[in-house]
Design a protein around this ligand. Structure first.
Ligand code: SAM
Length: 225
């Protein structure tokens, strides 16, 4: 079993997700999604599921689905989401049980970097998206200024205790510098474009560098069917 599938990883993820929620990261992402005319939304690699909770706050009444490779993460999500009606499933996005042409929107934050076979995963997302549906990824990428990003994280956490701030900086530094050592693979924008082009999405993509919480280490990948 990989570390990311353990109960310890799910507990750590819960702490990180609560911090991201409090800082407004999931709100910032939800505001960028075309939720207005949507009916069904899937969050891939949902972890603690808090992105779905925030989507429901921004636009109540959607059918919500969460998928994660780790059964321990799905248990955490089930606890964190309480009474909120969400279809939560454990499994890989490389091959799913969802019907074809099913979702209006697929979201995915900080999960693609862990996928073992991204082309297969993109093809599966293409299959389960409705025609005209779209997929939205927010992922860290490879060509980043790590020290600049860590300075911004320190600034964002100025109101937190020095211990928490140091902990967050260390964790992010480790993740960004040693990504591959913890099962993460970070891509450059060019690599991402080549990858998406070779999938069922072909030219139906836009990939741009972006910041979340002012931290300039992300790419926003939009794919449409
Ligand atoms: C860093 S966490 C991000 C969690 C959440 N999206 C968030 O933003 O807080 C990455 C998650 O992706 C999940 N994951 C990794 N590979 C996956 C795959 N092939 N299919 C579905 N989930 C996957 C992991 O189990 C983990 O819970």
């Amino acid at each position: 079993m990989k570390f990311s599938e353990t109960k310890l990883a799910a507990s750590l993820q819960t702490i990180i997700s609560r911090r991201r929620e409090a800082a407004g990261l999931y709100q910032e992402i939800a505001r960028q999604l075309p939720l207005e005319n949507a009916q069904r939304v899937l969050d891939v690699g949902t972890g603690t599921g808090l992105q779905l909770k925030v989507i429901q706050e921004v636009r109540p009444g959607l059918e919500l689905y969460g998928l994660d490779l780790s059964p321990a993460a799905i248990q955490s999500a089930s606890r964190a989401l309480g009474d909120l009606k969400v279809d939560l499933r454990a499994g890989s996005i490389s091959s799913t049980d969802y019907e074809a042409d099913f979702f209006d929107i697929v979201t995915c934050n900080a999960s693609m970097s862990y996928w073992e076979n991204p082309r297969e995963c993109f093809n599966e997302i293409h299959r389960i998206l409705k025609p005209k549906g779209s997929a939205w990824f927010f992922e860290p990428h490879k060509d980043i200024d790590i020290e600049g990003a860590l300075d911004q994280i320190r600034e964002n956490m100025a109101d937190q205790s020095p211990l928490r701030r140091r902990g967050a900086v260390k964790l992010n530094k480790y993740g960004l510098k040693k990504g591959t050592g913890i099962g993460m693979k970070l891509y450059s924008v060019t690599e991402l474009k080549d990858l998406v082009k070779s999938s069922a999405f072909g030219d139906h993509h836009s990939i741009t560098k972006t910041s979340l919480l002012k931290i300039p280490i992300f790419v926003c990948i939009q794919l449409w069917k």
